[in-house]
Design a protein around this ligand. Sequence first.
Ligand code: NDP
Length: 321
Amino acid sequence: MSLLHTPPLRTPHPNLIDKIFQTKYLHSNSAVASNSAVCVRTNSKVDFSSRPFRVFTDSRTVEADSVIVATGAVAKRLPFTGSGDGPDGFWNRGISACAVCDGAAPIFRNKPLAVIGGGDSAMEEATFLTEYGSEVYIIHRRDTFRASKIMQSKVLSNSKIMVIWNSAVVEAYGDGENKKLGGLKVKNVVTEEVSDLKVSGLFFAIGHEPATKFLDGQLELDSDGYVVTKPGTTKTSVEGVFAAGDVQDKKYRQAITAAGTGLMLLASLGSECEETMLKQLMLLEFGKRTMLLKLKRPLKLLKELHSKFRKVLRIDVILVV
Ligand code: NDP
């Protein structure tokens, strides 16, 4: 019984999400009724206590013998005035949480830029931004970095990077013309003095939050809330539940490593699961911001699963949007 249908995805497309959402697979309940592969549901909780595992969505409960958790991690942001994505905010109009993704955009070229944070990400992002900006400020709330010594020394010896210690951004304001970021009000947390910093770009590098709350303690997590996988595998603490991508990787967080763990997953499913166990396989996806990248992977994964396990009766993809 061939029950896996996915929309044609020959070439990556910037409007991939729109294209997918325009398909019947994501729009109609008939897709579910006719055993199609993809349905959109909001995942609220899971029960991994025994097989079949259960995933509770806003409208139904789905049972599965194997579950892949690929729910990602969301970059943390700060809620000061002007940081939001509403009409008065500069999110995506100068403010971002990913220098590697956005830093090369024309609005940042040869302009002063700022990074908030004092960890390895802040060091890495600031160093990366020196390729594009005229100068880069690191704004950090304390007077020491928590980043590794080697990353710190790279930053501190870079003449294009200036550190603003003991400071917090309290406001972002516009450039007055194009409704893009024009600068920041920065408060020294020791003296309480507020100063003005003209920048065209601001990048949050204050950590990520893995989307694991819905697991409610049913999988082993590390101290930062990431799913713990057995070294060199995608196996979690519960047999039959696998994790791939950023939800189990707090260090690299790159598309290529996430795709790599997806492939590991596929290989381990092939060698370690009985085909009959794959009667249903559920794939959880999370995070609007990362959906574009990640949707490509699950769909590819599903296609490969389908060709590999001809006897799979049904595959559900649950997207948490
Ligand atoms: P971290 O949690 O290590 O650092 C977060 C930084 O943001 C800290 O300096 C913290 O300040 C600051 N911060 C947190 N919340 C706020 C807030 N509300 N306001 C202002 N500042 C805030 O996160 P990273 O993303 O840097 O790193 C995560 C993990 O990934 C680490 O283990 C790191 O080593 C690893 N990593 C490794 C890389 C590499 O080896 N190439 C590259 C990137 C990350 P404070 O210090 O005061 O708590």
